[in-house]
Design a protein around this ligand. Sequence first.
Ligand code: ZN
Ligand code: ZN
Ligand code: FE
Length: 766
Amino acid sequence: MIERRVITVEGIVQGVGFRPFVFRTARALGLNGRVRNAVSGVEIDLEGAPSALDRLARDIAEAPPSAARVHRVSVRRSAPVGRADLSIDASGLDGFRSSFTLVGPDLATCGDCLSEALEPADRRHGYAFHSCTECGPRYSIIRSLPYDRSATSMAEFQLCGACSGEYDDPDDRRFHAQPVACPECGPSLRYREAGTDDDTLSEPVTNPLEALRDAVEAIRSGRVVVIKGLGGYHMACDATRSAAVRRLRRAKSRDAKPLALMVRDVDQARELCFIEEGAERLLTATARPIVLLPVRPDAPVASEVAPGLGELGVMLPYTPLHHLLTRELGRPLVLTSGNASGSPMVHSREDAARLLEPMVDGVLDHDREIVAPCDDSVIRWLLDGPSMIRRSRGFAPEPLALTAHRFRRSTLALGGHLKNTFCLGRDGLALLSPHVGDLESFRGVEALRRVLRHHLDLFDFEPEVVAHDLHPGYATTLLARELELPTVAVQHHHAHVAACMAEHGVSGPVLGIAFDGAGLGDDDAIWGGEALLVDRDGYRRVGHLGYVPLPGGDAAARQPWRMAASHLHAAFGADPGAWPVNPLPEPETWTLLRPMLERGLGSPDTSSVGRLFDAVAAILGIRAVSRYEGQAAMELESRADPEAPRRYAFDLASVDGSLILDPRPVVASVAHDAAAGRAPARIAGAFHRALADAVCGIAGRVRDDHGVEAVALTGGVFQNGTLTRLCVQGLREAGLHALVHRQVPCNDGGLSLGQAVVAGERPPCA
Ligand code: ZN
Ligand code: ZN
Ligand code: FE
């Protein structure tokens, strides 16, 4: 008996070798018909024995290609038409409605492709740009859907005979691999000294390894080289040479913020860092993120790479180019986004020539256009799971399937002001953009506009409502107004909590503990130490860190000594002479600060826990002025001895039905201990402990008062692994259920998801 079934598979099933996989399976099972990319995924129309059709369905469900994500399979029976052949049809443009499940993230080079690059007898030996259906670029080269070569930046490379043979051969792993390429017909690599003519790209290449060796030579001799990669341009130098790292820092105008490293393999990573099993899985995952790892005391790497911190950001090679480069070099490479500090990563040749080349010594360039820039992702292993810090290359634009939320209308959420991402919400899926970055510069806002336009086009997305932060001055708020659609303003910390809930498939009620630097509150104060009770209907602020003035507003974030003065003023009164320690850089500074602290001049109230970390760091003499966002807090954590005994406690008082966490007793004890010469590591450790105790104290009270047992830990402060571990431990001991961020950053990179779910469930105001 012959049956005919039309099987539709939805999910990330285009550009991942899905059609070839179905083709081969069907052929082995003796089925006839056709396989093609369709409206919502891959459509398989086959005839044959029912048992063979069953078997095919099972293989699709149980053993699809590794890069595929099958979300749904539907089967329709139809009358057989007596097909005698099996084919893969080219995607038809007619009636094609792109859906955002169809563009996969860029994937690291697979083992087979790596072997080819390393095998002297292979025709791809030393080649930097090949890939197959299991690996290679996707998102970063796709101009439009459907995903065919003509719609990518590979379109201008005409396949040679050998490559088109592979492309057409159902038994080849490059069967219908759109970016297929070789030294004969694909993109090529060129090296040039900075400032020299860049017309080398039109000259033929004789040995594909030559340019690479020139670049490695330059890096070895201490030069800084710009390297065009997969999702953008990087700046690179030898990580073992202090002078080279300093030179790179000058070129990037980044004087202290940690720099990422790329190493040859896990063994080389082990020479630098301690790597537990889970962290190794992250390091070797196909997304190939930068993984934050505890640094070995004897790590052979310049101290200028991550000054003052206990972790290094390390990644493994993810393209043949990077494999060849790190092998040829043989030592760890600094590989950091090519940009001036605070600006978006450069991805076009024009910008590279204009903005990067004048700052460096050499350029390793290639001629495949980067259509959509994508920064490296950053992640760490924390408490038996991943903890995403920057979700970008390798993850974006794979949508998150939400289990507790469904968008009632197509929702665009524009995210926050720093570490910006935006989010498209449709049905039960939330698509987070790659990392866009900080929006303080014109170039940053331009990048947001460009990436947003590309997403709306690529995914054929027409927003019906736009969510943004409550802050009226954020670039995203202004952009939201420009779009002339109904808008929803979402309070910053509400969005943080909602993001954590969404990724865990929880609709509430949940106690959200949102600790971060700054977000505008609904009372016009600057929030950042919040206890919010959140459910589908919204949030209720049930507690917060006691207010102190934020002296000079934003200036306080850059100058931790200001926050130290503010907290000491609150704890000990108006006479700095009576404080156990004096954080003021000069005595005259008091004239400037006093009216801010006493009369609130230019100094809004704040409940920020991020700023409390700053204050403690300054009181301990660890850092008076921060050179990048969060520096003081990160250094305080890296100094903290997590075994330090309990020594301090916050006061928790109920004031007008709200829990107020009073920082004064802790600040006072910290200051006294610092003045008495107690070890900063012990003080910092005890401070972390006191804060975790406070979190558990609030959670206990909220359980008693409201019966809520789930606690979401969110906000940028929870990038602090020491604090997160202590909080989770304490909450578990108290029988409470802790939710920590896994797939979505706890920092402002995750805000857009929270805004989207809040706005997607709420009727918009016009
Ligand atoms: Zn491959
Ligand atoms: Zn070729
Ligand atoms: Fe935040």
